[in-house]
Design a protein around this ligand. Structure first.
Ligand SMILES: *Cc1c(COP(=O)(O)O)cnc(C)c1O
Length: 431
């Protein structure tokens, strides 16, 4: 209807700039008035195709009927009691479901918090408590949040860490098996060897409480570790009494074509952290782990005022019902089957695309200086600008800022997916 952003959004943006600090950036400054599965409507009457899902959150859509109905009923009954003061059933039900659905058939426990960072932070607390060890091992290109500890766990300096130190102690970083950028022939074996060698020599395996890894690195650029890497690291942890924490905050809840990304290689984590796709946008996150690890922490040692808010719990139950009833695991696979071949065909035509990767509805392209592997963030900015102007919301990622990532809602109609891909193809062709 208008240029992007239109006059109403521009007016609101000016108010945002006066009221909100610039540290809170925005990717695409259109102010949203309504949103559904795959379309965002803005204040100027524009409709945009959504390839972002609010960063992998609204996998079931922005107003999925099962989520809306449950939340509407709950908000009329009660909004809060604090589960640690007087509990309610929906919290327990969410925990039962996560114990059942996360990888592994061992006995598990779950508790609920408000954000992905809080979940990861709690996983580290529990691993330290259970092992009595201090060190935490994380990976190159990792992202785990913005609190002091999780910012420390995060690999990338700008924009996440610059000026925010000093950082938390006892955090060590090892290489990730990044196939596109690994110099050797055997990415998985060599990266695992280096990681294990560094852990053994620099820290001592006996001092490590937890290894924290994303089964597909999200903010780092949708890096799918070379096959064999994750199982090798998990096995090393098992042999050395280290708690293996899978940070499935971005990859969880059907996003990758499995309910959880670890399932792809049959990896069974000791602790799984989840958030983003869990509750259709209501603030909720979870820590799910082996009963014998989780039960070590004393009564009252975990929690928080809002953790497992009743509205968020009802939303999560609505999300899980929607995933099951609409078979969104299969939908995610189908999205990958549509996107990957089209993007690979595009890569054949345009050598600015260095790599096409991802699984299910978590897909990315990495842009390079043609004929090299030199990161090309300027090309990404230009493609993003063109996509946004044409009404396709896409997000960026990557340690070098040169990755375009696609996270469409799993319920997106196929014609919108195709239309969005058409806009992207045109933007790259014009570039
Ligand atoms: C987004 C993200 C987090 C942090 O979640 P917040 O809810 O933003 O605190 C942690 N880990 C991963 C893998 C993420 O993608």
């Amino acid at each position: 209807m208008t240029a992007i952003p239109g006059p109403k959004s521009q007016e609101l943006l000016a108010r945002k700039q006066a009221a909100v600090p610039p540290g809170i950036g925005v990717t695409l400054p259109v102010f949203v008035t309504r949103a559904g599965g795959g379309v965002l409507e803005d204040a100027d009457g524009n409709s945009l195709i959504d390839f972002g899902s609010g960063i992998a959150v609204t996998s079931v859509g922005n107003s999925a009927p099962k989520v809306v109905d449950r939340v509407r009923k709950q908000v009329a009954d009660f909004t809060h009691t604090c589960f640690m003061v007087t509990p309610y059933e929906s919290y327990v039900r969410v925990c039962e479901k996560l114990n059942e659905l996360t990888p592994g058939d061992h006995e598990k426990r779950t508790f609920l918090v408000n954000s992905g960072a809080e979940a990861v932070e709690n996983a580290v607390k529990i691993a330290r408590h259970a092992t009595g060890r201090p060190a935490v091992v994380v990976f190159d290109h990792g992202y785990h949040g913005r609190t002091l500890l999780t910012m420390t766990l995060t690999a990338k300096n700008m924009p996440y860490k610059q000026g925010f130190g000093p950082f938390a102690p006892e955090v060590y970083r090892v290489p990730l098996a990044y196939p596109f950028r690994w110099p050797g022939e055997n990415c998985a074996e060599e990266a695992a060897e280096q990681a294990i060698d560094m852990i053994s020599k620099q820290i001592g395996a006996g001092n490590v409480a937890a290894v924290v890894i994303e089964p597909i690195a999200g903010e780092g650029g949708f890096i799918v570790p070379a096959r064999g890497f994750l199982p090798r690291i998990a096995e090393f942890c098992r042999k050395n009494g280290i708690v293996f924490v899978a940070d499935e905050v971005q990859t969880g809840f059907a996003r990758t074509g499995d309910l959880f990304a670890c399932e792809d290689e049959g990896v069974v984590p000791d602790i799984v952290t989840t958030a983003k796709g869990i509750a259709g946008g209501l603030p909720l996150a979870a820590v799910t782990g082996r009963a014998e690890i989780m039960d070590k922490v004393h009564s009252g040692g975990l929690g928080g005022t809002y953790g497992g808010n009743p509205l968020a719990c009802e939303a999560a139950l609505g999300v899980l019902e929607t995933i099951e009833e609409e078979n969104l695991v299969a939908r995610a696979r189908r999205i990958g089957e549509i996107m990957l071949p089209r993007l690979k065909a595009l890569q054949e035509r345009y050598d600015v695309i260095g790599d096409v990767r991802g699984r299910g509805a978590m897909i990315a392209i990495e842009l390079v200086e043609p004929g090299t592997k030199e990161p090309n963030p300027a090309a990404v900015q230009e493609v993003v600008r063109r996509c946004h102007a044409e009404g396709l919301l896409v997000l960026t990622a990557g340690t070098y800022g040169n990755v375009l990532r696609f996270l469409p809602p799993l319920v997106i109609p196929e014609h919108l997916l195709e239309e969005g891909l058409g806009i992207l193809e045109k933007a790259i062709a014009e570039l």
